[in-house]
Write a protein that binds this ligand. Structure first.
Ligand code: NBY
Length: 825
């Protein structure tokens, strides 16, 4: 199947693959060839999109030799690899990162200029692949970047959604979703490999049969689809390494069902194809509440079945003994979305390879590890047994058998403790008979980790207490991290240059070296340069928002940024209450506006399309913004911007410009957060609760360089247990009451007192995430922010110390932790 049919004789055909010359002339030549013979157009007649595609393919040429070499080296050395299984990869634009990885930025810029083109314009033409919802998907993208940069073998496996996360627009202040057509102008980064397509079965029934003197089970599926892999390059940072991200696209097994076609029903035959292709049509836009939809389960099984088959049949050498699989791979489960991989591997070993159950279970257990990303009970995935039985009957049987064996073990260790056994059952009967995927992952995984210290502790103590008692050594923590390549070096060239001038370039792959910046906080010239970089970033952002959204921002304001998915637990409402309160105090002349620190607040947030209250909160933010921004009484003091469609590309412009990072979730709710890390690394100060990785950020940067506020997790738990009454906070705090009353008065809705009723009544009568309880403390912390910002020299010191002390949050460090605690790759 592979290799030449005849022996080559030409010296070029015998030579190893090499990259084109890394010179301006070499680059121009490659680019024009791509434009002319690849894109089929003359430079003089080419569009910006032609030019972008040709440029992307040119950069690909420079990566190709490294990619082939990485793959060859991997085949030869058979080093243990990480198989990262994730339903989401929120990659962001590829071109800039590829130029950085190859160190071709300057050459490309000059080469484009020599062709009369502008590199910045061409880069802006790229549509980012938004194949994820938020933090979980972006984390996967950071992790594969770090693994490539650290030369660790990894294949990322996922889904090539035809439509990624929806494009958000606002119509009269309300969110309207539009399809994300990221493939429509051509997509130069994916390499389809139809020769490596994999068949995936669904439906049908199981039956037993005799195989010699053993009785075996087989699955008789009723339909199938084909998984077509697209390979994407994951370049390491200037290290000659390119790992692979393999994303699967669903196709019909046969383009036309001949039987139906011959019977004359052409339309029916084509319909089968459409049906199959639906599987990878669209990313589910829920970021915390799994919907339990059949198509979603199809997606999950589809991509893990393809991936496991691919790893065994294509990545492993022919004749490989599957007993050695745990020595060659760890499949890391990015949340529960890929957990159906566990019964799938069992099925392959037991049904196809005819292994004994115990033998198969022993290997399977050593192949998987599970990362949990949440604490919200409604975010824990469960699949109804009847749905599983219909779609994957054999997998359901295997899950039952895993559960039976596991519960037998529990009963043996804890006799006469049926309650315990029930509480640990993978299959539950309430409210409907269903499979708890987090339990399955915990039973099957050799390790279970949370994503920040506090989260891992709460995961063990509150979400999976029976399991952490049963297997204390299985539970561990790996605090999340972010890639310094994309989120510092690429996103913030000015600060990067300052750091490099001070420390040399080594920090890009060794972020602990940022600690050496510490003395520079005391250096007046450095502080001045630091402020200038921040100012440059603000101007760059304001220019972008003007061009992108028609938003006019001006002035030398404190830039206060809250960007993340819209969710009640993240408490965008707390932020808006603070803004409304500031506004209310000014217009009612409770404060002298000239004493208020001028502040620009920027929001970015998508709401899940079916999440009603989240969408009402978006509406509220937009309406408050409209009112505040046009009120002359607050002009020059307070302005609000809510650019639509927050995504990775916008984050790269927003984060470097921020002075203040809002990380204000209710303690015990945000598993980790990763935006919080990006802001601190870019020299923003955090106003935040003791939640997720905020706790670790605060410890590292020090209390003096962090604006902490709000209840701690135990305080939240105690308040909840005592019966939380939001109304009492409203009644007893005049400032809070005035803010809520102003919203309810119609002041932001042209007099309509009902406009925000869902948000207001939720706050007053439910407030599940206790925004009112933390309001007073938040307002105090914001006052401390204003006081600190008034002294720019002191503020700059604090900001520089944030940069110097947050090198820990590199995803390279996360990878080292996974390696030593979990993968041992
Ligand atoms: O994962 C996030 C956490 O909220 C955040 O605290 C953490 O930093 C980050 C990385 O560990 N979780 C998250 O982004 N979750 C999702 O995006 C998500 C997506 C889909 C579904 C559930 C959650 N789903 O069930 O379909």
């Amino acid at each position: 199947r592979y290799g030449p049919m005849t022996t080559p004789t030409h010296p070029l055909a015998l030579a190893p693959v090499t990259a084109p010359p890394a010179t301006v002339d070499g680059f121009v030549k490659e680019f024009l060839r791509e434009l002319n013979t690849g894109q089929g157009v003359a430079l003089s007649r080419s569009t910006v999109n032609d030019q972008y595609l040709a440029l992307a393919r040119t950069v690909r040429h420079y990566l190709m030799a490294r990619w082939l070499e990485t793959t060859r080296h991997q085949r030869e050395t058979k080093e243990k690899a990480v198989g990262y299984l994730s339903a989401e990869y929120l990659l962001g634009r590829q071109l800039g990162n590829a130029l950085l990885a190859t160190d071709l930025g300057e050459i490309a810029e000059k080469a484009m200029a020599a062709c009369g083109l502008d590199l910045v314009t061409l880069r802006a033409q790229e549509v980012e692949p938004g194949l994820g919802n938020g933090g979980l998907g972006r984390l996967a993208a950071c992790f594969v970047d770090s693994l490539a940069t650290m030369s660790i073998p990894c294949i990322g496996y996922g889904i090539r959604y035809e439509y990624g996360i929806f494009k958000q627009t606002f119509v009269d202040g309300r969110q309207v979703e539009q399809p994300d057509t990221w493939l429509s102008l051509g997509e130069p980064w994916g390499f389809p490999h139809p020769e490596a397509a994999v068949q995936v079965d669904f439906g049908g029934y199981t039956e037993t049969y005799r195989d010699g003197d053993v009785e075996r089970t087989r699955w008789v599926p009723s339909w199938n689809v084909l998984g077509l892999p697209y390979n994407y390059m994951v370049p390491g940072y200037q290290n000659g390494r390119v790992n692979t991200l393999r994303l699967w696209s669903a196709q019909a097994t046969k383009a036309f069902d001949l039987a139906i076609f011959n019977a004359g029903d052409y339309a029916e035959a084509v319909r089968a194809q459409t049906f199959a292709e639906n599987i990878t049509k669209v990313l589910y836009p829920e970021d915390s509440t799994p919907q339990g939809k059949e198509l979603r389960l199809q997606q999950q099984y589809f991509f893990v079945a393809c991936s496991i088959r691919d790893f065994i049949n294509q990545v492993m050498e022919p004749g490989f003994d599957l007993h050695d699989l745990p020595e060659r791979v760890t499949f890391q489960l990015n949340d529960t979305h890929p957990v159906i991989a566990v019964p799938e591997l069992m099925r392959i070993l037991v049904d196809e390879h005819k292994w004994e159950w115990d033998e198969a279970w022993d290997v399977t257990k050593r192949c998987f590890a599970y990362t949990c990303h949440t604490l919200l009970p409604e975010a824990l995935e469960v699949w109804p047994v009847d749905l599983l039985g219909r779609l994957l009957p054999r997998h359901l049987e295997i899950i039952y058998q895993i559960n039976d064996a596991f519960l037998a073990e529990v009963r043996e260790r804890f006799p006469n403790d049926e309650l315990r056994a029930r509480s640990m059952s993978i299959v539950t009967d309430y409210p409907d008979r269903s499979v708890r995927m987090a339990y399955l992952a915990t039973v099957a995984g050799m390790k279970v980790n949370g994503v920040a210290a506090l989260h891992s502790q709460l995961l063990a103590d509150k979400v999976l207490p029976a399991f952490s008692e049963y297997w204390p050594e299985k539970f561990t923590n790996v605090t999340n991290g972010v890639t310094p390549r994309r989120f510092l070096r690429l996103a913030n060239p000015w600060l990067s240059q300052l750091i490099t001038d001070a420390l040399g370039v080594g920090w890009v792959t060794d972020l602990d070296r940022l600690a050496e910046l510490e003395p520079y906080a005391q250096d007046e010239d450095f502080r001045k340069a630091f402020r200038e970089a921040k100012q440059t970033n603000k101007e760059r952002l304001y220019a972008l928002l003007r061009a992108r959204d028609g938003i006019e921002l001006s002035g030398d304001h404190l830039l206060d940024v809250m960007v993340k998915r819209l969710h009640e637990y993240k408490r965008q409402t707390l932020k808006i209450l603070h803004i409304v309160s500031l506004y209310e105090q000014i217009i009612h002349e409770r404060v002298d506006p000239t004493t208020i620190t001028p502040r620009t607040v920027v929001f970015g947030a998508k709401a899940a399309p079916g999440y009603r209250l989240a969408k009402e909160i978006i509406y509220l933010i937009n309406k408050v913004g409209e009112t505040v921004n046009t009120d002359p009484r607050v002009a020059g003091r307070l302005q609000i911007a809510f650019p639509a469609n927050y995504n990775v590309t916008l984050a790269e412009k927003l984060i470097p410009a921020a002075d203040l990072s809002e990380q204000i979730s209710l303690a015990g709710m945000e598993a980790s957060g990763t935006g919080n890390m990006k802001f601190a690394l870019n020299g923003a100060l955090t106003i935040g609760t003791d939640d997720g990785a905020n706790v670790e950020i605060r410890q590292l940067v020090g209390d003096d360089n962090f604006f902490g506020f709000g209840m701690t997790e135990p305080e939240v738990a105690a308040l909840g247990a005592s019966g939380y009454q939001p109304g009492s906070y409203y009644e007893s705090n005049p400032q809070l009451k005035a803010a809520i009353d102003l919203i309810a008065s119609g002041a932001f809705s042209g007099g309509d007192r009902n406009a925000f009723e869902p948000v207001v009544s939720n706050l007053l009568y439910h407030d599940r995430f206790m925004a009112l309880a933390d309001f007073a403390s938040y307002v105090d912390a914001q006052a401390a922010v204003e006081a600190a910002y008034a002294d720019q020299e002191a503020w700059s010191k604090m900001a520089i110390l944030n940069v110097a002390r947050t090198g820990f949050f590199s995803s390279d460090r996360s990878m080292r932790d996974y390696l030593s605690r979990i993968w041992r790759a």
